[in-house]
Design a protein around this ligand. Structure first.
Ligand SMILES: [Zn+2]
Length: 333
């Protein structure tokens, strides 16, 4: 099974040579018989294991569910790093050179670092349009797509808001895109990938029903968010970020902007600021202190916060933190 990517006749030839050598050596009573394990080891690296490289931990987590033990899955951005801005390390290039499948968020989320890495990897298979290239956003209902020549979304959300993985219902589309990619590069295991996809979707449907029930208490809640990371999460769970600490995505606030934001929060009685660990806690704490609101630090990605170990526990953790803050603050109704 593991040799499926290696021509059967070559395997047969190798086994025949091996047996003939064994036969000759036995007749000669040759002590080099001790070297035979070396021959066996030389055949071993032909074992086919797929290398999947995802740009983020969320995509990595879903890819792991679909690939099972048929692939080694790694992700480049850590969950506690801002995926818009990652410093490309030489080790990422090595991983891309060896990758069979490359999975990215797309919508230019990784614009600052992924295109260069991809190009320099010189791995034709994983370039855009190649069998091993998966844009996980394909088929997602995208929010905040700017009209032509509209720059109001800032420089880092040019094709709409790219944080779509934060609606867990989009997990269905991400998983299907990854499964299709795995089947393209490894058709021999199509049935396994399809079965893993079905199992993932069944678990996700059950979790979505549970989350919808939990989130009923968030209906109508108004919050302030640091970065506009949450529109898909908000839409799914019925609350709304009505203002942002960043005046535009990727742009830090001025003192004047902060003062106006604090006034707005007071007059609208907004009691929650959604925060992610990689944004300036100094700015967020200042706004919290001046407005009287509570800072709630959520995970924007898997491994971005304690307890968010995979795609499912990311939502378990975020929802429970937000619900707790909403109960305590009765914020912004
Ligand atoms: Zn963003």
């Amino acid at each position: 099974m593991l040799l499926h990517r290696f021509p059967q006749n070559v395997v047969a030839l190798a086994s025949m040579l091996f047996l003939q050598t064994l036969f000759v050596l036995r007749r000669l009573g040759n002590p080099t018989l001790l070297l035979l394990p070396v021959l066996v080891l030389a055949v071993e690296p032909l074992r086919a294991e797929l290398n999947v490289v995802a740009t983020t931990t969320d995509l990595g987590s879903i890819a792991r569910e679909i690939a099972g033990d048929l692939a080694k899955v790694t992700s480049i951005a850590k969950g506690y790093q801002d995926p818009h801005f990652i410093d490309a390390k030489p080790s990422y290039l090595v991983r891309l050179q060896r990758a069979d499948l490359f999975v990215l968020v797309g919508m230019d989320l990784e614009r600052g670092w992924a295109p260069n890495l991809l190009m320099n990897s010189r791995n034709a298979k994983i370039q855009r349009g190649g069998a091993g290239y998966v844009d996980a956003s394909e088929g997602v209902d995208k929010l905040q797509i700017p009209v032509a020549a509209d720059r109001t979304m800032g420089d880092i959300h040019p094709y709409g808001n790219p944080h779509y993985w934060l609606d867990p219902a989009n997990g269905r589309i991400i998983a299907a895109n990854i499964a299709a990619g795995l089947i393209r590069v490894d058709p021999a295991h199509a049935q396994e990938y399809e079965a893993n996809l079905r199992a993932f979707l069944a678990r996700l449907e059950a979790a979505l029903a549970r989350w919808a029930e939990d989130a009923a208490a968030l209906e109508g809640l108004a919050v302030v968010a640091y970065h506009d990371s949450w529109p898909y999460f908000e839409q799914r769970f019925g609350f709304e970020a009505v203002a942002f600490v960043e005046p535009k995505p990727g742009i830090p606030p001025s003192g004047r902007y902060i003062a106006a934001l604090v006034e707005e929060m007071k007059s609208r009685r907004i009691s929650i600021i959604l925060m992610t660990s990689f944004y300036s806690s100094k700015t967020a704490r200042l706004i919290a202190r001046q407005s009287g609101a509570t800072l709630v630090t959520l995970g924007q990605s898997v491994d971005g916060i304690d307890g968010a170990d995979d795609y499912f526990s990311l939502f378990d953790t975020n929802l429970s933190l937000l619900l707790q803050a909403a109960r305590e603050g009765q914020g912004g109704r």
